[in-house]
Design a protein around this ligand. Structure first.
Ligand code: ADP
Ligand code: MG
Length: 400
């Protein structure tokens, strides 16, 4: 277990708390174009400031090589101030004598963003000297950036060993949701894995077959499994070189008692574009000149029935080329079934992945899932069963 900000002293006046957030937001023409990540850190930052702490926010931004003015966190600090609805200060370095001099000037309850941690090469190298220099600025460390936790960097991992370390609210919510989905889930558990290619999700599939009761394989990667089973997939996206690997995954699933669900019928077209002429065919009737772009209606009905028998769902990867209508149909339909079952209280549903989040938003159900992770790489590594160094460092429960 990990300690949370509830385990910190209630009165934090006279204390400085270093909060690792993820302010790595998309920018367009110098303006934040998606403030989701800024909103995510509000509960933690506001709670600590309300308890009288000086809150010092750490984050990386982009991939600078040394100090790059264009990748300063300064404009993002002001944007965060607006999202928080509070006064915001900015400290032009995250370590060193100037930073030390600046933070002592801040008064209880004041919030400051410190400059891009990656301006120091020691950040990505997880240099103990940099971690120690950052640690001198604060009394406590709070990590609220699950999305950066798969990287053992000075501000995500190193710092957690030097100060009493706690999970922030967003980190806490993410860890609890992931624990409920694959740690100690209610059974039966069903995993949906889709997306373009098997090669990007091999470790995910290998981990899941040993963990879940049902594995639904959709998207382009299903073609590789079908082809490995001797099905002619025509011109579909397919990694024929991975046929042995696909068979190995199916063998391991069978040994582990995991039922794998491959498509029964599919939607095929001759062109990879929206509103291309299409037909629904049985997987054994894919025309030689056609591509599979979505699962068929019978497959969706059968998969919906699987979801109805399950207590927990974890989902990564769309079932078809969902960006192109009408090849979004299977993804949208199954997502809505999952949302309805979640609302009905019979299913805990957790999803993640860049395109998966976009697909759930497109289906209008992202807010109806139990939890949707926007963490990207960290979410996938967790699906692979990996230990995330930033999370591992929090498990040590340094308590003041
Ligand atoms: P995520 O970002 O959620 O991890 P992926 O990046 O693995 O998901 O996969 C998403 C991509 O897979 C989408 O761009 C989608 O168009 C593509 N895709 C899904 N099914 C097919 C298919 N049958 N043929 C080609 N591309 C597909
Ligand atoms: Mg993707």
């Amino acid at each position: 277990m990990f300690a949370t900000i509830d385990d910190m002293p209630g009165d934090l006046r006279g204390k400085r708390v270093l909060v690792r957030a993820d302010l790595n937001v998309p920018m367009q023409d110098g303006v934040v174009s998606d403030a989701t990540r800024l909103q995510a850190c509000v509960p933690t930052v506001a709670a600590l400031a309300d308890r009288g702490a000086v809150v010092l926010i750490l984050s990386h931004f982009g991939r600078p090589k040394g100090v790059e003015k264009a990748l300063s966190l300064r404009p993002i600090a002001w944007a965060l101030g607006e999202v928080l609805g509070r006064e915001m200060a900015f400290v032009a370095d995250c370590a060193g004598p100037d930073a030390e001099a600046a933070v002592v000037e801040l008064h209880p309850g004041q919030i400051a963003v410190l400059e891009n941690t990656r301006f120091h090469p020691g950040e990505e190298a997880n240099d103990p000297a940099l971690a120690a220099a950052i640690a001198r600025l604060g009394d406590y460390f709070v990590n609220d950036a699950f999305s950066a936790a798969h990287r053992a960097h000075a501000s995500t991992e190193g710092l957690a060993h030097l100060l009493p370390a706690f999970a922030g609210r967003a980190m806490e919510a993410e860890l609890k949701a992931l624990e409920a989905a694959l740690g100690k889930p209610e059974r039966p558990v069903v995993a949906v894995v889709g997306g373009a290619k098997v090669s990007t999700k091999l470790d995910v599939l290998l981990h899941l077959v040993g963990k879940v009761d049902h594995l639904i394989i959709g998207g382009g990667m299903a073609n590789t499994f079908l082809a490995a089973n001797g099905v002619d997939v025509g011109k579909s996206l397919c990694e024929h070189a991975l046929a042995d690997t696909a068979r190995e995954i199916l063998t391991r699933a069978a040994a582990a008692g995991c039922t794998v669900h491959l498509p029964y019928d599919v939607v095929v077209a001759r062109e990879f574009k929206a509103h291309a002429a299409y037909e629904v065919v049985n997987i054994h009737e894919v025309p030689a000149d056609a591509m599979i772009l979505d699962l068929g209606p019978l497959a969706v009905e059968m998969l919906s029935d699987v979801l109805k028998t399950c207590a927990t769902l974890v989902w990564n990867g769309p079932l078809g080329a969902f960006e192109l209508e009408p090849f979004d149909a299977a993804t949208v339909a199954l997502a809505r079934t999952a949302a309805a079952l979640t609302e009905g209280g019979t299913l805990v549903s957790v999803a993640g992945g860049g395109d998966t989040v976009a697909a759930l938003n497109h289906a209008g159900v992202a807010d109806k899932f139990t939890f949707v992770s926007t963490a990207g790489g960290a979410f996938l590594e967790w699906m692979e069963g990996k230990t995330l160094p930033g999370v591992e460092a929090l498990q040590q429960e340094h308590r003041p």
